[in-house]
Ligand binder design. Structure first.
Ligand SMILES: Cc1cc2nc3c(=O)[nH]c(=O)nc-3n(C[C@H](O)[C@H](O)[C@H](O)COP(=O)(O)OP(=O)(O)OC[C@H]3O[C@@H](n4cnc5c(N)ncnc54)[C@H](O)[C@@H]3O)c2cc1C
Length: 475
């Protein structure tokens, strides 16, 4: 059946009957059709959806919000929604920035936050977590018991482990601990039309292709994750803070490339271009006008000392000590620009991408050069926040005011289009860790080519009626 026919069927209105059925099965306290709840779940952190609210527009309201408390509840929801052809939007913390939870075709938002079990397996260095478990709560519990998972995204407080897996997220300490894909060892999923699968957490397995990977970054389009098993580490015994001021971005980037090539893995490395150095380190006169790099090296005492030596030998720039790192550690969860300026009419967003070392500086320049001349843009800048022996993640920020005769959405999309095209032309990938959602879907095919058709075929096989987050990632 083609998608349009599904849409017509949906509009024919089985939705309320399905909602009634689910209410009877799960109980009234697990489902709501109150306007205030529908409104709260009509958006995530995607600036477009926040902009709708500022304008008092609500184009994407769900019909109901459901809070399942067990895998059994989730299976009933998927089963009855599949039967009734009702779209489902899995929802963790709603901290996604690309509209991936926006219920653009109506249906039900399924908030997993009540599924939040937590069990530590000490000998196996694993944690077993319900998919709705809050990120901060998880890390705090682990720290209390002498461990870390090492996944500390800036959105640690508002995000969940199911969201991390589904967006293929990663944290500020990724250069040592890796992304969520390196931590996920086992996964439990509920898939249409209401079945389940569980891939157990083995130290390693070669029993066929690794289907865990299929669900990493699947953004709610292939099923609902109910549980995961993740790698954990004993809490690091030593932490070293280093910072540098370099004359140019090239110097700092080249220094880190060499550090990575030597095999050192500082947990945190962040290089700020000149604009962002001014924004973040305005209190440090010695860094003003330069390019700041902050680093945290942590882990085993002897290994950290060796890593520190490598960094000091390779870095082109003046050492600035631990204070700028303390400043970074204290302010790293602040997101005040978006909160303060957007309601005043400033268009503001971030775009994270990745590229191999050989093309890194070209991509940086091409993206900034593509954004800056657009009428209304006030600035375009970047920092580099995640590193690999093969390459680097650049995290661009832009801000602007909408030119006359344009609306804010049009202006915003013009900037995004310029950035995405510059990334693809420069040989980069359009997303490093935020995923695709509804904002980036138009460029999926261009980057993936034939692999996008394969992804569509997998979607078709798993979710014939396209009830799982329809439209997300263009699926
Ligand atoms: C201020 C700020 C800072 C951020 N910093 C980072 C960062 O440092 N690193 C990073 O990677 N990201 C970051 N993000 C983006 C965002 O926090 C991540 O994408 C995060 O992983 C989303 O988790 P969530 O629980 O909020 O998911 P949601 O936003 O609720 O959902 C995201 C996607 O996952 C799907 N989903 C959620 N739960 C499930 C489930 N159980 N089963 C199936 N699908 C599911 C949803 O359908 C949707 O497609 C940031 C966002 C903000 C607002």
């Amino acid at each position: 059946m083609v998608p349009e026919e599904f849409e017509k069927k949906r509009n024919a209105g089985k939705v309320n009957r399905v909602i009634d059925k689910i209410t009877r099965l799960l109980g009234c306290d697990k489902i709501s059709t109150r306007k205030v709840d529908l409104l709260s779940y009509s958006h995530d952190y995607w600036p477009i959806s926040l902009h709708w609210m500022l304008e008092d527009r609500y184009p994407s309201l769900p019909h109901a919000v459901i809070w399942p408390e067990s895998k059994k509840d989730v299976k009933e929801v998927v089963k009855w929604c599949y039967k009734g052809n009702v779209p489902i939007y899995p929802y963790g913390g709603g901290s996604g920035v690309l509209g991936a939870t926006v219920p653009e075709r109506g249906g039900v938002v399924v908030d997993l936050k009540r599924i939040r079990s937590l069990k530590i397996h000490d000998k196996d260095l694993l944690v077993e977590a319900g998919s709705g478990l809050n990120g901060y709560y998880l890390e705090d519990e682990l720290n209390d018991k002498g461990y870390t998972m090492g996944n500390i995204p800036q959105s640690l407080y508002p995000s969940t482990v199911g969201g991390w897996v589904s967006t293929k997220a990663l944290g500020q300490f990724s250069t040592k601990y890796g992304g969520i894909e390196d931590m996920l060892k086992g996964i439990e999923m509920v898939i249409p039309p209401g079945g389940e699968l569980c891939l157990k957490p083995h130290a390693r397995t070669s029993t066929g292709p690794d289907l865990r990977k299929l669900f990493l970054g699947s953004e709610g389009a292939l099923g609902i994750m109910t549980k995961g098993w993740f790698k954990i580490w004993p809490k690091p015994e030593k932490r070293i803070k280093l910072s540098f001021a370099s004359d140019t971005l090239e110097d700092a980037v080249e220094s880190v490339r060499k550090v990575m090539r030597e095999g050192a893995e500082p947990a945190v490395i962040r290089i700020y271009d000149k604009i962002e150095t001014k924004r973040h380190f305005y209190d440090y006169d010695e860094i003003f006008g330069k390019v700041a790099t902050v680093m945290v090296i942590e882990g085993n005492e002897k290994i950290t000392q060796a890593e520190k030596k490598i960094v000091k030998e390779e870095f082109i720039g003046t050492e600035m000590g631990g204070k700028p790192v303390d400043h970074w550690l204290e302010t790293r969860f602040n997101v005040k620009e978006a909160a303060e300026f957007v309601p005043m009419g400033v268009v503001f967003d971030t775009i994270e991408v990745a590229v191999n070392w050989s093309k890194a500086m070209d991509l940086y320049r091409n993206v900034v050069d593509a954004i800056k001349p657009i009428k209304g843009v006030l600035f375009a800048s970047a920092h580099a926040s995640h590193f690999y022996p093969q390459g680097i993640c650049f995290y661009f920020t832009f801000a602007g005011t909408t030119p006359r005769k344009k609306d804010a959405e049009e202006f915003y999309q013009q900037v995004w289009k310029a950035a995405m095209e510059a990334v693809l032309d420069s040989g980069g990938t359009i997303s490093h860790h935020h995923g695709i959602g509804r904002q980036r879907r138009d460029w999926m095919e261009q980057e993936l080519g034939e692999a996008y058709s394969t992804l569509k075929a997998i979607k078709e096989r798993l979710d014939k009626k396209r009830i799982m987050n329809p439209g997300n990632m263009g699926l």
